[in-house]
Design a protein around this ligand. Structure first.
Ligand SMILES: Nc1ncnc2c1ncn2[C@@H]1O[C@H](COP(=O)(O)OP(=O)(O)OP(=O)(O)O)[C@@H](O)[C@H]1O
Length: 284
């Protein structure tokens, strides 16, 4: 399918913007009887060092948007810029962690070899590869013994740590995560949420995290971008003013967390009940 050409030049993003999504539109089956406008017009920015969560009702186009950002799917119009450069296909500057960790790791390779592989294929010298693999594994709390094991010898939660280590070892400008913890049990999920916040802080990453879980979106990020139902627009961009140090019990039982959670919940309900609509209300 051929993408529509953007008629007017889009405004250049400010310099501390790492990722810029501008008027992104995605129509599946354009010009066919099955034409479906999944994403109408999405614009938002991710600044250097931000941790932003994206939530929306089921079918609101979260995966479509993430694939367009990652260069895995061509937008119908609009554009994505990474460090000022237009994304026109898969790029080293963007690493993606998907939900299906089991399918994303090679079972015949050790954990260390899985993490090292993308570095090898992109020509990183051996000594630097070793150092980057060790740093990435340490960042996700996997020790030397775990590094020598095979993915199938590990629990689901540990496999997802390997996938995260592989993504961060590539030192991407932005780490994209598509519902990465949806397939693990609740306790492991909490541990992985804290782990990803630690990785974000210690390695100074910029993260865009897609989730359908309202609590997770509020707990993890510094901002929550709420999507409308399809055809999708940004319904609300909500700053999360919780303390930087978060704790699964303390933070989640705080009054502010409950307020923010209730607010995002109402937004999602509004999105479900107003398909394709935008609104005038602002974040409280
Ligand atoms: N290849 C495709 N062809 C046609 N329509 C599609 C295609 N992929 C997705 N869609 C439609 O686009 C809309 C957005 O889908 P998408 O999977 O991006 O949403 P989502 O928010 O990630 O959903 P969920 O929360 O259920 O995972 C849905 O209505 C879906 O049916």
């Amino acid at each position: 399918m051929k993408a529509e050409t953007t008629k007017a030049p889009l405004e250049a993003p400010p310099s501390d913007v790492r990722l810029s999504v501008r008027q992104l539109r995605k129509v599946y089956g354009l010009g066919t009887p099955k034409e479906f406008e999944a994403v109408r017009s999405l614009s938002f920015d991710l600044h250097t060092g931000e941790f932003v969560c994206l939530v929306g009702p089921s079918g609101s186009g979260k995966t479509t948007l993430l694939k367009c950002i990652a260069g895995l799917l061509e937008p119908t119009s609009g554009e994505v810029r990474l460090d000022g450069k237009r994304v026109a296909g898969p790029t080293k500057g963007l690493a993606v962690v998907f939900q299906e960790y089991a399918r994303s790791l090679f079972p015949w390779m050790t954990v260390a070899a899985n993490v090292e592989l993308p570095l090898k294929t992109s020509g990183v010298p051996k000594a630097e590869r070793r150092e980057r693999v060790a740093t990435a594994l340490a960042a996700v709390s996997l020790d030397e013994a775990a590094a020598k094991r095979y993915p199938w010898q590990l629990s689901g939660g540990m496999q997802q740590r390997v996938a995260i280590a592989r993504a961060v070892a590539a030192r991407p400008s932005v780490l994209l995560m598509d519902e990465p913890f949806a397939a693990v049990d609740a306790q492991t999920r909490g541990e992985l949420e804290d782990l990803v916040r630690t990785v974000w802080k210690t390695l100074g990453m910029t993260i865009l995290f897609v989730t359908h879980d309202i609590d997770e979106s509020v707990y993890l990020g510094g901002r929550v971008v709420v999507l409308s139902s399809s055809p999708t627009v940004v319904q609300e961009d909500l700053p999360i003013d919780l303390p930087i140090e978060r704790d699964q019990v303390e933070t989640r039982s705080s009054r502010r967390f409950a307020e923010l959670r209730a607010h995002v919940y109402e937004e999602i309900q509004f999105a479900k009940n107003n398909k394709g609509g935008t609104k005038d209300r602002v974040a409280g």
